[in-house]
Design a protein around this ligand. Structure first.
Ligand code: PEP
Ligand code: MG
Length: 542
């Protein structure tokens, strides 16, 4: 059987299918006689849950850093909350019912209470209280919490995966991610690209596929279940060829990014979290061209503090050991929604209150991030980049706030370095203003994902329009040339950090246009390097 969806990262995976269980356990109400013993069962399960959360905290700390790991500490504290514990024990005693039922009822009541509160922070706690209750129920039932039970690595099927769920997964056991929902830009998709494993979205599987053999074809965007032996053979051979290609590419690690006729270009990588730095280094990128800092906010249940952000940025700067690290300031709104920001629902979120527009309005949030960035600059080679720019006026406002932040740090005696300031060119307005903008900043980085969306007036999230969302459109090509020319004339260096930068059919074109930098997913670095190294710009243009 074959199910077609959409590929968000290519490659072939062959393995058993496992459906991700997110710990939604059906709970029965049962009468009990020994209330004291039942309360003890609850207390024991609660302690076990805290041990599990402690282990998850340690794991998350290593994989995604302190900011994102804190959620597990918060969960530990919630389990010890007096009102919560009292409610569970009261229900057991007064109704003479089993601990599972008492925990489920308490979880539902508390969650409903939080959800009804007129405070975004408290609203967000509703999901947490459900989460901890589920964990205790799972332990009481003798089951294991969501995740992968199999000893062997599996193709993981899920409705969708929340960042907190992917954090808990043992990544060495995932051959591929396949989800019913999710988009090309979902966290799972970005994680798959970073892990260099195929991933599919929009696959409407049935529950009875659990344990069956499957093939993920990340080139064609399909999942094959119970393949015939001839099909299986065919895919094994393709997978083998893929791996051979990867082995050959690995030989390009540490090689220079230079064309046959000697033109150098900087080849950097895009990341979303501190833990991605490992794959950047493994693939030998020359720096980080885009650190999507909003993932620190997305994976957190409250505004990350200056200290938390400083720790994350400093770690990346130190791990990159003097190589350039370009950190983009907060780019939320549109497809990246964060509950605790309390943003209103909008008719047209992609053109709405987002990114730099929020930062210039809520300058407290912006300043906290800038302070953390400048403080971290002392520990490496950081540059700062601002998203969604449409005017010179915005850049002047940003520079004013940057000056205030530096003055504050000076007054407090906190050390920092001078950093390059750049902007993303991802709106047609910014393209048309490149001549003026170049005078104000040190570099441009083209966000082709959004630039395509705004230029062609095609929502990048709408699967119905995928076939006409064309980043090769001549309008985009003309814009790219204009950005490079105006950038250079104004003394800026110019790069691309949108997905188009990794399109090897255009590598030669970008080199001829005069781009100074390309920043791509870590898993694409070596393929682009291969393309650069075989290009000869002295030969006739194709
Ligand atoms: C882009 O728009 O091309 C870009 C790199 O930013 P993001 O995909 O995070 O919007
Ligand atoms: Mg963008």
């Amino acid at each position: 059987m074959e199910i077609t969806g959409k590929s968000v990262f290519n490659g072939i995976a062959i393995g058993r299918l496992a459906i991700f269980k997110n710990g939604d356990n059906p709970v029965k109400r049962e009468k009990i006689t020994d209330c004291r013993a039942e309360i003890q069962r609850f207390m024991d399960a609660k302690e076990e849950a805290k041990i599990q959360l402690g282990a998850l905290y340690e794991k998350a700390l290593k994989e995604v850093g302190e900011v994102n790991a804190t959620i597990f500490e918060v969960h530990q504290m919630m389990l010890d909350d007096l009102d919560y514990v009292e409610s569970v024990t009261n229900i057991i005693q007064s109704q003479e019912v089993n601990a599972e039922y008492a925990v489920a009822t308490t979880g539902d009541n508390f969650s409903a209470m939080f959800a009804a509160m007129d405070d975004d922070y408290m609203k967000a706690r509703a999901a947490d209280v459900k989460d901890i209750s589920n964990r205790v129920i799972t332990i009481l039932q003798g089951n294991q919490m969501g995740g992968i039970q199999s000893e062997e690595p599996v193709i993981l099927l899920a409705n969708d995966l929340a960042p907190s769920e992917t954090v808990q997964l043992d990544k060495s056991k995932v051959l591929s991610f396949v989800t019913r929902h999710g988009s090309t830009n979902s966290h799972t998709a970005i994680l798959a690209r970073t892990m260099n494993i195929p991933a599919l979205i929009g696959i409407d599987y049935t529950e009875d596929v659990e344990g069956k053999l499957g093939i993920v074809d990340g080139y064609e965007g399909k999942l094959i279940i119970d393949p015939e032996s001839s099909v299986l053979e065919q895919y094994r051979a393709r997978k083998e060829a893929d791996e051979e290609k990867k082995r050959l590419l690995m030989e390009l690690r540490g090689k220079e990014d230079v064309t046959l006729d000697g033109k150098q270009i900087k080849l950097y990588a895009n990341i979303g979290s501190v833990s991605d730095v490992a794959t950047v280094l493994a693939n030998g990128a020359g720096g980080i061209g885009l650190f999507r800092s909003e993932f620190l906010y997305l994976e957190s249940s409250d505004y990350p503090t200056e200290e938390e952000q400083f720790t994350a940025y400093r770690k990346v700067a130190e791990m990159m050991a003097g190589k350039k690290v370009i950190i983009r300031t907060l780019d939320i709104g549109a497809d990246k929604q964060v509950d605790y920001f309390g943003l209103d629902k909008e008719e047209n979120p992609a053109m709405g209150y987002r990114a730099i527009r929020i930062c210039l309005d809520r300058t407290d949030i912006f300043k906290t991030q800038l302070r953390a960035l400048y403080r971290a600059s002392y520990y490496g080679n950081i540059a700062i980049m601002f998203p969604m720019i449409i005017s010179v006026d915005e850049v002047l406002k940003i520079k004013g706030i940057v000056a205030e932040v530096k003055k504050e740090l000076d007054a407090e005696g906190l050390p920092y370095r001078e950093v390059e300031l750049g902007i993303m060119i991802e709106t047609p307005a910014a393209v048309m203003m490149t001549e003026e903008l170049a005078k104000e900043v040190d570099f441009f980085s083209v966000g082709t994902n959004d630039l395509t969306q705004y230029t062609l007036a095609i929502d990048r999230q709408n699967p119905k329009l995928d076939n006409i969302y064309d980043s090769h459109h001549p309008a985009i090509m003309k814009m790219l040339q204009m950005i490079v020319d105006n950038g250079h004339a104004g003394g800026c260096w110019v790069g691309i950090c949108g997905e188009l930068g990794a399109d090897t059919t255009l590598t030669e074109t970008f080199l001829r246009m005069g781009f100074d930098e390309l920043s791509v997913s870590p898993s694409m670095v070596l393929s682009v390097r291969e393309e650069i190294r075989k290009t000869d710009l002295s030969s006739q243009e194709k």
